[in-house]
Write a protein that binds this ligand. Structure first.
Ligand code: PLP
Length: 387
């Protein structure tokens, strides 16, 4: 019997090695890995540049307190702000810490400018912002919150896609609207550009902040962030998952305007932004910022889309809809998603489910067309079996 607290329904398999798009079991069985630690190993398993970086850094310096200047951290923050809307970054270790930091920064901003009554955040049904208490009750998914009361106050939830409800819910106490640009756990639901623009307009009109949770979508759509196509600038953006390429790393990006409340002592983290994590974060960016890298992600995404669409058209009784953009993809299934995932595993391919009967596909950004062809062929086999 396992000594691990039973919070996961684990599959009866483990892996000893990974390389790029593949995972290997102890006895050498090879799996095509389109889970990648849930959108986390963005450059695949054991990317050479990341391996070298962590080896080198581990010989120099692992951890120092944030009481001291950390050059690797300065460098990553500079690169993140140079390439985005943001003026400042604070580093965390995970997505949920990054979303919690976002909430704190939004509230502190209004406190600082003399409007402390503005401290409530509007969120959306079907959202996921992490598993710490405030993030849990921000998303307010009954499956996750049950038994963890008392409810953390300060969130007002509206139905996904309902702009009228957003407008009606905003009052004097509203500080911000928080939404994932692409709902990940919610089923790879893209918030359309016109909605993002609409939310920005509402926020400007009412003098409140826009928080776009890109923990799952950052670097993955073919743009730096998923919201970029909409042309707007958010106020606060939490990121994590992919930005560490498999090393625990989260960050919260903010504009100069909303940063004013965050003075020394207002927030902190023992581990957040330590030299080891920062070295890896910088190494991930080395690759992401290579000329044409993100453009290629777009192209790969389109290639995958075409093939997935073909499958959907050939097996309409199995696949209902192809969702996503770039290399963050979802298949809304007509058949049971869990059953499909199990059968895919028999064909040595790993995927992960989401709400709305969706199967998520997270190829690493270095995936080849040939590997995507292999994925399509495995998915097709299961479509044939379940047709
Ligand atoms: C995964 C996720 C989180 C939480 O991240 P953790 O690293 O698991 O704490 C928050 N927001 C979104 C959108 C996520 O996908």
């Amino acid at each position: 019997m396992s000594s691990i607290l039973g919070t996961y329904a684990r599959k009866d398999i483990s892996f000893t090695e990974g390389k790029g798009s593949y995972l290997y079991t102890e006895n050498g069985e090879k799996y095509l890995d389109f889970v990648q630690g849930i959108a986390t190993n963005i450059l695949g398993h054991c990317h050479e540049h990341l391996v070298k970086t962590i080896q080198n850094q581990s010989k120099k310096l692992w951890h120092v307190s944030n009481a001291f200047i950390i050059p690797e951290q300065e460098r990553l923050a500079k690169r993140l702000t140079d390439n985005t809307f943001a003026d400042f970054v604070c580093f965390q270790n995970s997505g949920t810490e990054a979303t919690e930091a976002s909430i704190k920064i939004a509230r502190k901003y209004f406190h600082k400018i003399g409007k402390p009554e503005k401290n409530r955040i509007i969120t959306f049904q079907g959202a996921f912002h992490g598993r710490t208490l405030a993030a849990l009750f921000a998303a307010n998914n009954h499956k996750h919150t049950e038994g963890f009361g008392p409810k953390v106050d300060g969130f007002d939830q509206v139905p996904f896609g309902d702009h009228e409800a957003v407008k009606k819910t905003i009052n004097n106490n509203t500080a911000a609207i928080m939404i994932e640009t692409i709902l990940g756990e919610g089923g790879i639901k893209i918030v359309p550009d016109f909605c993002i623009k609409g939310l920005r307009e509402i926020c400007d009109e009412k003098g409140i902040l826009l928080i776009l949770d890109e923990v799952q979508s950052a670097y993955r759509t073919g743009d730096f962030f998923a919201f970029e196509k909409s042309g707007i600038k958010p106020d606060i953006v939490p990121i994590a998952k992919g930005i560490g390429g498999g090393f625990p790393l989260g960050a919260c990006l903010v504009s100069k305007k909303v940063s004013v409340g965050m003075t020394p002592g207002t927030h902190g983290s023992t581990f957040g932004g330590n030299p080891l994590a920062m070295a890896v974060g910088n190494a991930v960016l080395d690759i992401i910022l290579e000329k044409n890298f993100l453009n290629n992600v777009k192209k790969k995404g389109e290639y995958f889309d075409k093939a997935l669409d073909k499958l959907k058209n050939k097996y309409p009784k199995v696949i209902g809809e192809v969702r996503g953009v770039g290399l963050i993809k979802g298949l809304r299934m007509v058949v049971d998603n869990t059953e499909f995932i199990k059968k895919l595993m028999i064909h040595k391919m790993l995927t992960v489910k989401a709400e709305e009967n969706v199967i998520r596909l997270f190829p690493p950004l270095i995936v080849s067309n040939q590997e995507m062809d292999e994925a399509i062929s495995k998915i097709e086999k299961v479509c044939e079996e379940m047709n």
